[in-house]
Design a protein around this ligand. Structure first.
Ligand code: SAH
Length: 251
């Protein structure tokens, strides 16, 4: 279901008007009609299932069908695309990404990826990662498990059409920090972020060029070259702090 941000103060009365760019998106891009259901989140720990009642020139009128607590789910969906690392590192990463509240992990093969498992092996790994994610979920008290995607190629990854508000490659040769490459720092503008992290050998210039051509921005994680797994955890913590719930008060 489509998710939209709504300020908690707006949730009052039988119908609520969604205005601005979200309303335009619902009407013109998604072409949703009365009766369709959407999901709302308020960034304060509540989620809502809502029905579209009416479309007007300036707004989309909705009614709330259900409200539920999402205390442990982040208001931002962070999808991590991780170049395949050695087995042990991937196992640890799956656990840690689940704890940090990552929505989905997409492993991919980069030009300099060292592990090149065959399909049978990859299917086994995926099952294993799914088990690890569920175990980690129970421990950290999240409501939704980190989805584990199929392993894809770098080319398929950058062409993936996933309607992300921000597509970012953390690149060891970039000098600009994240605050320099995006405009809406520290607001709720970004609801779905795709973060791409490279293999132990780093990205090639060609990969970066191709990603940039597909609308990705590149950002640095500071002056030190981090090991791949350190970089991924750091990047996710930064994103979750800036756009998600790591900087929010615990209820
Ligand atoms: N072998 C490379 C480093 C690769 S580190 C070299 O020596 O230059 C593995 C991945 O971690 C990188 O592809 C990148 O995605 C991320 N990474 C590590 N340090 C980073 C930094 N300072 N800024 C941004 N990304 C970084």
């Amino acid at each position: 279901m489509r998710r939209f941000f709504i300020e908690q103060s707006k949730i009052a009365g039988p119908t609520i008007a969604i205005t601005g760019s979200d309303a335009a998106h619902i009407k013109r891009v998604l072409r949703m009609k009365p009766g369709a259901m959407i999901e709302l989140f308020d960034g304060m720990g509540f989620e809502y299932e809502a029905r579209i009642e009416n479309l007007t020139a300036e707004s989309v009128e909705i009614s709330i069908a259900r409200r539920f607590l999402s205390a442990s789910e982040s208001p931002v969906q962070i999808i991590v695309a991780q170049a395949l690392l050695k087995d042990k590192k991937m196992d640890t990463l799956v656990r840690q990404l689940t704890e940090i509240g990552i929505t989905r992990l997409i492993p991919f093969t980069a030009m300099r990826s060292v592990p090149r498992p065959d399909n049978k092996r990859l299917a086994e790994r995926r099952k294993r990662w799914e088990r690890i994610a569920i175990e980690a979920l129970k421990q950290c008290g999240r409501g939704h498990v980190t989805e584990i995607g199929e392993t894809i190629t770098f080319n398929d990854l950058i062409k993936m059409d996933d309607e992300c508000d921000l597509k970012i490659v953390f690149w060891e040769n970039e000098s600009k920090p994240i605050s320099d490459v995006i405009q809406h720092i520290n607001d709720r503008h970004y609801r779905k972020i795709l973060a791409v992290l490279g293999p132990e050998g780093g990205f090639t210039e060609k990969e970066i060029e191709a990603a940039t051509a597909c609308g990705f921005v590149t950002a640095s994680l500071g002056p030190r070259t981090l090991r791949a797994e350190t970089a991924t955890i750091s990047a996710c913590a930064i994103l979750q702090y800036l756009f998600g719930d790591m900087g929010l008060k615990k209820s």
